[in-house]
Design a binder for this molecule. Sequence first.
Ligand code: CTP
Length: 223
Amino acid sequence: MSLLQGLRVLVTAGPTYEDIDPARFIGNRSSGKMGFALADQAAKLGAEVVLVAGPVNLTTPENVTRIDVRSAAQMYDAVMASLPADFYIGAAAVADFRPARYASIKIKKQDEDDGLTLELEQTQDILKSVANAEMRPSLVCGFAAETHEVETYAQGKLDRKNLDLIAANRVGIENSGFESDNNTIYVFTRGLDGKQQFGPASKYDVARSLLEYMAQLQSQRQG
Ligand code: CTP
């Protein structure tokens, strides 16, 4: 099937690791499965696919160009260097914060009872940057992992980050979110009321449904 023939699709996947010192980092529980499923399905639908992947243990889908990165800053650079694209899908769980300073030698314990205070600073918002870039893709899709009030927070992100659509999933429940092979997403689209639900289904099926929906949206906007 060649629904996405002639389109370039840029996908991010996985967590980012923000180094504290040579032995430690701040990471998160993203497995990368949803982003890899999106890249795989986009390629199967005929798109030219670039997948920017954080540290994950997954094999590269067929016919996909993969760029491996570690930190949010590296992901930002790789994404910006991969524009232009027709669709951008930010499925990566990019760290929102990183240590303000990297310690080039391992931080040692001081006195027995002393804790350690880390100063964190915000990372650059890749999704927002892509959505406001000069070479803005025609469809920019974000992901939102929420534990509660999914709809309110997802709608807020749609507006705040200047997105065309946002796929929200609930984390912290069975058969959804981070480490699961299955997922349920609720898609909110700019200018449209209500939401689309895809799943519960395998991440591959959910990915295909989201891409088909994006293709439909794209052709409606062009027509
Ligand atoms: N994202 C990004 N760059 C960042 C942080 C997040 O591109 N530095 C993208 C993710 O890829 C995902 C979406 O933004 O598509 C997730 O946003 P999230 O981090 O949940 O949103 P925030 O607005 O930071 O809200 P929250 O307070 O829930 O963290």
